[in-house]
Design a protein around this ligand. Sequence first.
Ligand code: FAD
Length: 382
Amino acid sequence: MSEHPIFNDEHRAIRKTIGEFVLKELTPFAEEWEEAQDFPSSVFKRMGELGFLGLHYPEEYGGQGGDYLCGVILAEEMMRCLSGGVALGVGVQTDMVCPLLHKVGSESIKERFLKPALQGEKIGCLGITEPDAGSDVASIRTTARRDGNDFIINGQKIFITNGVRANFAILVTREPGSTGSKGITLFVAEKNSPGYSVSRKLDKVGMVASDTAELAFMDMRIPAENMLGEEGQGFYHIMWELQPERLFGAVSAVAGAQITMDMTLKYVSERTQFGRPIGKFQTIRHRLAELATEIEAARQLNYYVAGLINAGKFPAKEISMAKLFAARVSCKMADEALQFYGGYGYMMEYPIQRFWRDSRLTRIGGGTDEVMLEIISRQLVQ
Ligand SMILES: Cc1cc2nc3c(=O)[nH]c(=O)nc-3n(C[C@H](O)[C@H](O)[C@H](O)COP(=O)(O)OP(=O)(O)OC[C@H]3O[C@@H](n4cnc5c(N)ncnc54)[C@H](O)[C@@H]3O)c2cc1C
């Protein structure tokens, strides 16, 4: 979205290629997909063929071997499609499912799930949240009971992005009888496993082109080789996964806010009231100036944190700050934009309402504002 010293010429070339793809192959269909509350799974296949799903994954697994910043660029450019739901669906694959498969997956898992996921041949989802366990991940109840060389999984997951279309789900489970962060283990469950069911597709306020599902598992038998990472260490694996997921959310939020800003700047220079463009009114100009400052500040914090992640560091406090700030700025931008558009902003035919609905998720998904504040405050106040 903007020039910054962390990006080099190669990054700029990648940005141009992805941006052109998005504007040509995704944006023209955004309205249709929003209307249908779904986008075709062929988008994954196409993006896999173009190498966009594996930008920052090693070549040995079918990735492009780029650095983490290539993923940041993808997240930003995807927002140009004007459908947060499409960007979210793809982002779950690139920034939530694949990071875990790559970091803690065995060679067998990488072969069977990571490689096809980077090609867009298999779509994954990540099942952490349950009806009674959201912010408090350590209170999940889905159980995985060992039975010889298999595990038997029982439980339920809710609000799972890509859950309807996914070929496999990474599930956060616990050993029966265990409590808290102990005894938690991750598994990769294939959709065709007996006992795996998509209970329903959920109806949402925003991000409507992404599918969000409730999943149920009844005596689902999973081979031990589908364990992801170490037995009993699942809580720590998930806490690690949430870090890149949160920066992905922050980066997408700022990119969305910038697009909203650009649309609004155009609108306020064209819409005339009281004999002049509304953008000439000082109250509107100054609010836009404030918003532009906040967007820039959020972007700079994101890039600073992205640079740390690129160097192999995952600072929970700074990542939480970036997510908290970016989410709030994007919601504020969307709300003010709607105000500047007046009655037109409230009409479905203008995309501003979509940014207003879509941006709201960033303050909830991947950890709420309150959870971000808790993480930050824990490192501030002893
Ligand atoms: C569109 C969408 C897509 C999603 N995709 C996925 C997905 O792919 N995979 C997945 O696993 N999950 C997904 N989620 C779930 C999401 O991560 C959770 O909704 C989120 O973590 C919050 O959990 P909860 O909804 O149960 O809210 P709760 O945890 O019940 O929180 C309710 C309120 O209480 C506050 N609260 C909770 N604990 C505290 C505390 N200690 N201090 C102060 N306030 C607190 C919260 O901040 C919030 O305001 C998705 C959610 C949505 C809406």
